[in-house]
Structure formats: C-alpha cells, structure tokens
Design a binder for this molecule. Structure first.
Ligand SMILES: Cc1cc2nc3c(=O)[nH]c(=O)nc-3n(C[C@H](O)[C@H](O)[C@H](O)COP(=O)(O)OP(=O)(O)OC[C@H]3O[C@@H](n4cnc5c(N)ncnc54)[C@H](O)[C@@H]3O)c2cc1C
Length: 669
C-alpha cells in the first residue's frame, strides 16, 4: 500500500481506547460512570480555554462554567452570537418519534452509520442518537422557538437519506434560534464572572508544555496585540475548513487556523479529504464571487428536481412540457426520490450537467479565472438544475408554501432577481461542510493530552458523508453533554499542574514563531493579494479534490500546491502594519494554513483509492456509476501526523468495527 504512493509513511495504528466494551446502548452510561469526577469545590481552581462560540463552543463554555470551571473563551467575531452556526437554516435531528412514524434511537443510529457510508464509529454514532432527544428538551427549556403543530407538539420535517420525519426546525433560522439559546446561557455566565470572554481575538497557535496542551497564542484583531493565555485544558470548537475551496456556503471568515496549528503541534488530523458538497446551492454567477449561498435541504421536502430530457434545451422552464422533463432523482432512486442523501443528489446533478442537460442562465463553469490558475475553464457549460415548487403550490396552496419556506424564497429572489413562486429555482452543488477534522477519541480528546476538539472541528461522527440536520445535533451533543462529562475525567486525573509561566522557553518560542510569521507576511511586499492566492488554490481544489477525484488530477494538484506556496511567500502583498485592525494580514495568515492543509487533503484523497460518501474516486465506481467502497482495504479512519511543511506525513489507521450495522453497498433506489 505505502509502496504505491511515496508521499507518506505508515505509522502505528491509532486506537480509541476510551469507548467501553459492552452493548452499544450501554457504552455512554458506562463511560460516564467510569470517568473520574472533579469535586464541585475544586472546579473553580481549573481554567479551561474554549476557542469558538458557535453551537459547539457556546454550549460547551456555558455548561463548563455552569459546572463551576473558570472558562476563558475566544471568538474572532465582535460578538459570540455571530458565529457561523447562526447561518444554519434547515433544522436539527432528534429521535423523538413524535410523529409515531417508526423512528427510534436505533433507527437514527442506523441511518447515520449508513448515511456516512460506513466510515464512522458505531459507539460515537449511537451516543449521538441517544443524546439527540436530550438536546431538544434542553433547547425547549431555554425557550428556543421550534415550530409547532396545531395541537402544540413540536413539528418536524424530513431531510435527505431518511424515511422518517425527525428534523426539528424554527422556520429557515434554526441555527440562529439555537445559537441565541446557547448565547443567553453563555451571557449569564459571562455576567456571573465565570467566563472571561475575548471577542475579536484570534487563536494563532497552541502552547504545548511537557506534552500537554496548556494554552494558546492569540491576537487582538482590533489592536494587533499578541498575547498568551494559559489553562489546564484547551477545547477547540473552531468550526470546519470548507473555505479552503475559497467558494463555499460557509461564512467568509470561517477558517482552519486553530485546528491546523494544533495539528502542526502534534494533534492528528483525520479524514481531511471528506468534504460535503451540498446539492441545493444557488449556482455561481461570475468570476468575482466570493461566497456561495445555500438553499436549505428542507426545500427538497416539497420541491421537485428536474432537468430537460434533451441536451442543450434552452427553452425557459415553464415552456418545457411535462413529458420532456427528467425528474432524474425520482427516476433513479424511487424509494427516496428527491430526499436521497446529499452526496448522491450532488453527484446526480453533476452527471446530468456533464451530459449537457444543465440549465442556465449563469452557473456556467467559471473556473480557470484566477491569476496563475492551472485549471482550464469549462467552456460555458451550464451548471444548474431546477428545483420546482409548481406541484407543491398546486397541492398545498401558495400560502402554505410561503409559511413553510417564505424566508428562503425571499432570499432566493433577492439574490437571483427571479420569483421562485413563478419560475423554478436553479440550484447546483457547492462545498458546504467538512467531515474531516482533528482526530478525537470517544472522550473528544485529541492526540495531545489536554486538547479537546468538538463540533465541526473534530472528525468524529459523520463518516464520509453527513446527513442533513446532523451537524447542529453533533455540535450541541458535544458541547452540552459529551465534553462536560469527559473533560472531568482528564482534569481529575491531572489535577496539580504547575502554573505555566509566560517566560517559559516553550511559550517564548511559540510566541516568537507567531510574531515572525506575521512580520514576514508584512515584509514580503509583493504584488498579489491574499484573496488572489486563496482563489487560485480554491479553483485547484474544486477541480481536483471536489465532487469527483482521479489519481491523475490529485497528483496534478499535489504537484501544483507546493509551487503556489513558494510563490505565495515571494509575491504576497499585505498593506498596513501588524499593530492595527488589518484584515489583509488576517486573510494572508489563514491562506498560509490553507496552503498546507490543501496538500494533506489531496494526499488523503489520493491514498484512499475507493469511493465513499463525499469522496468519489472516479476509478472506483459500479457499472451504473454509483460509488464503490472497498471495505477490505479502507475500512478505517485515516489519522495523519504532521512532520514538517512539504514533508511526508505519517498515516495512522484506526480500524472501524461494525457489530450492529453491517456494511453493505448503500442503496436508496
Ligand atoms: C448555510 C449553512 C446552513 C447550514 N444549515 C444546517 C442545518 O440546517 N442543520 C445542521 O445540522 N447543520 C447545518 N449547517 C452546518 C452547521 O451550521 C455547522 O456545521 C455548525 O454550525 C458548526 O458549528 P461549530 O460550533 O462547530 O462551529 P462554528 O459555528 O463555525 O463556530 C466556530 C467558532 O470558532 C471561532 N473561531 C474559529 N477559529 C478561531 C480562531 N482561530 N480563534 C478564535 N476563534 C475562532 C469563531 O469565531 C466561531 O465562534 C449549515 C451550514 C451552513 C454553511
């Protein structure tokens, strides 16, 4: 295996030593019981750093402070409640079975393991399904205004990859409402003096002393002041790294720096190539776009997806008669229809557009435009499919559609200037979520003692493909329930840490490295902006490590990325100084990390010569074009160890064992 690709070496396997033995439905209880506790009176003696205030970090910070720990928390926004989680639209899953439609904890567990294409841990996924029901109770108690039915029960809707209705929602603003719940809990603890909150402050490195995570280096984004902060444990809740692709549905500032810097200090990075491409985004419109917009998956409950049967049919949608339309998801996957999982819906959209049946205007393949680009343009290929509500409006009436999806329709109209009540929406897949992240064990503990990772920042529970409405569930499970239990065990077993002095040689070294990096970025004084490099990298990643990947393409990307990196350090231009608010400097520093992370993503994608979930290797498909997994070779999580920039990393494999949901080739037909 290693002989085939010389770009990495294989190290010792990695094991999750914390998941207990025994029946899967008892493991979480067992672990909680076996974990050591910290006496409530002693908790205030411990300081925990939490980086991030999204749903994962916000819920963790509030809960740890509520338990009595002293929390020092960071975010780069001006307020914790502006974290990217606020953008989440569609909903949050929970196995409440309010509809009595056959749902159960076991079914949510089963759907998630299968949906993740058998690349997630059974123990973690089962725990997630168990906790899902507690999350809803917690949020309702906080006053989160979930949608309700006429009878007063909480309402639900369906998301892709499942045949029950288990997604709880607050119109198209579920993330916002959940985050306001977490934020008010956080605010209570800030006011009580238990949380020391540092908004507008960005973690730039991790401090590891005597093999343990003991603090961070962070920069005040307003004044430019760089400081060190110390604690007994550090929790990273810094979100995903989808913006390595430049264009994604993520908030513009979401970035990889916190987890990448932790990786460089010794935390393994798992499954970096597992990226989720979301099928329902507004197609790109031009060369100068810097952001893509998601249209919630909930729209697939009532909208029907189609393209013209004939190639190159450019008639307006409303002039194409019914029998000349191809409702291709309903045709290929009759059981799940428009609600197939995201990876399947995305690939199907790509396939029909590749066949020349995509719809415009706009959405043409715009790639190949960035300065220095090594990606060829798509020659004006139309990249869009219709998401049509005409049937739903006929069936339910416009008012009912408006009540359910009104804010999403308004958003679409504002962006495209087309009225989706009159003409079908146009959608196309876009980068949305990263299933990869820092490797963590069952306790959410990374390979650096004292460093934990939660929410989208870790790799944990979704395998190779996350089902819709499961990210909010995981972030809140981690933050409200799992971490607050497991971190006790670590702190109880490591109670007497000496305080770390700011003068400690290790601290001084990390600080100096950070300052030198920023000074160098300012000193190059070249002729290209951080955005121009980011965009070039993003195009390369989308082309070669995006929806479909090949060995040839990945090798091309792996050859090109070090060249871009070299050029970056010769030609980057960062105006201004480091002692002020300087967004160019912030961006440039994030691009430095993307340029390293992208290389690891491509290497991971290259070594995994199988298709699974969001990772579609063209060489590995069934005769009818479906993803073909190779369980005998690749039924493991790939945990990568950093060596040095540009040097071969070390691959540690964590074998996955399936006792309850036996791997089969997924079928949604
Ligand atoms: C448009 C959109 C819609 C979505 N809709 C849904 C949905 O309906 N249901 C669902 O389940 N999921 C949805 N998702 C996915 C989900 O929103 C995210 O996966 C989830 O919110 C991530 O939460 P988080 O707490 O892990 O990270 P985030 O919310 O991204 O928060 C990251 C936090 O870390 C801080 N941070 C990051 N780096 C640093 C640093 N270096 N220093 C200091 N602070 C730092 C940030 O300031 C922020 O506070 C959606 C995603 C998008 C993009």
């Amino acid at each position: 295996m290693t002989a085939e690709y010389a770009d990495y070496t294989t190290g010792e396997p990695v094991v999750d030593a914390k998941a207990p033995e025994g029946p899967v439905n008892e493991r979480w209880d067992t672990r909680r019981f076996e974990a050591k506790l910290v006496n409530p009176a002693n908790r205030r003696k411990h300081t925990v750093i939490v980086v991030g205030t999204g749903l994962a970090g916000g819920s963790a910070g509030a809960t740890l402070a509520e338990q009595g720990y002293h929390v020092v928390q960071f975010c780069y926004q001006d307020s914790p409640r502006r974290a990217h989680s606020i953008a989440a639209q569609g909903g949050i899953n929970a196995a409440k079975n309010y509809r009595n439609d056959g749902d159960s904890i076991h079914r949510l567990f089963y759907d998630t393991v299968k949906g993740g294409d058998f690349r997630a841990r059974e123990s973690n996924v089962h725990r997630l399904a168990q906790i899902s029901v507690e999350i809803i109770d917690q949020c309702v108690a906080q006053g989160v205004p979930f949608a309700r039915e006429y009878g007063g029960l909480l309402d639900t809707r369906s998301f892709g990859g499942v045949q029950v209705s288990r997604t709880f929602y607050a119109r198209g603003q579920t993330g916002q409402q959940l985050l306001l719940g977490a934020y008010q809990a956080l605010s209570r603890q800030i006011a009580a003096g238990n949380i020391e909150m540092h908004p507008r402050t960005e973690m730039l490195d991790l401090i590891v002393v005597d093999g343990r995570a003991r603090g961070i280096v962070a920069r005040d984004l307003i004044t430019g002041r760089i400081d060190t902060y110390f604690a007994d444990a550090v929790v990273l809740a810094s979100g995903g790294y989808g913006n390595v692709f430049y264009l994604s549905t993520n908030a513009m500032n979401s970035n990889a720096t916190a987890i990448w810097r932790a990786h460089r200090r010794g935390a393994y990075f798992a499954n970096p190539c597992f990226t989720q491409i979301h099928p329902t985004c507004i197609p790109r419109t031009g060369e100068h776009q810097s952001k893509l917009t998601l249209m919630s998956e909930s729209l697939r409950n009532d909208g029907r997806i189609w393209v013209p049967k004939a190639k190159g049919d450019q008639r307006p949608a409303n002039e194409i008669p019914e029998d000349e339309r191809d409702y291709y998801l309903e045709r290929i996957y009759p059981s799940f229809g428009n609600l197939v999982p995201r990876d399947i819906a995305s690939r199907a959209a790509k396939n029909v557009c590749d066949e020349g049946r995509g719809v415009g205007p706009g959405g043409q393949n715009q790639r190949g435009g960035a300065e220095g680009s090594s990606v060829e343009g798509g020659g004006g290929r139309r990249e869009g499919v219709y998401l049509d509500f005409a049937d739903a409006i006929r069936r339910m009436g416009r008012k009912a559609v408006e009540a359910k999806y009104g804010n999403l329709f308004d958003m679409y109209q504002r962006i495209t200037d087309e009225d989706p009540y009159e003409v079908p929406m146009r959608i196309y897949p876009a980068v949305h979520y990263t299933m990869g992240g820092l490797w963590v064990d069952y306790d959410l503990h990374t390979t650096i003692p004292g460093l934990f990772a939660i929410g989208e920042a870790n790799f944990s529970d979704h395998g190779a493909n996350r089902l819709g409405a499961s990210a909010l569930m995981q972030g809140l499970a981690d933050g409200y329930f799992v971490l607050p239990s497991t971190i006790n065990d670590y702190l109880a077993r490591n109670p007497h840490h000496e305080k770390v002095s700011a003068e400690h040689p290790v601290v001084q070294e990390v600080l100096a490295e950070t300052e030198d990096r920023l000074s160098l970025l300012l000193a190059v004084d070249g002729d290209r902006t951080p955005d121009s490099f980011h965009r070039e990298l993003g195009e390369l990643m989308w082309e070669f490590c995006g929806m479909a990947r090949t060995e040839t393409g990945l090798r091309k990307a792996l050859e090109r990325i070090p060249q871009i990196r070299e050029e970056f350090w010769r030609r980057i231009k960062v105006p201004g100084t480091g002692e002020e608010f300087n967004q160019s400097l912030e961006k440039a520093n994030r691009v430095v990390d993307y340029l390293e992370l992208a290389e690891l993503m491509c290497l991971d994608a290259l070594h995994r010569a199988e298709s699974c979930g969001g990772h579609f290797r063209e060489e590995s498909q069934t005769p009818d074009g479906e993803a073909e997994r190779k369980d005998e070779e690749f039924s493991y999580a790939a945990a990568w160890e950093f060596t040095a920039t540009g040097d071969a990393p070390v691959l540690h494999k964590e074998d996955l064992v399936f006792e309850y949901v036996h791997p089969t080739q997924r079928s949604y037909a």
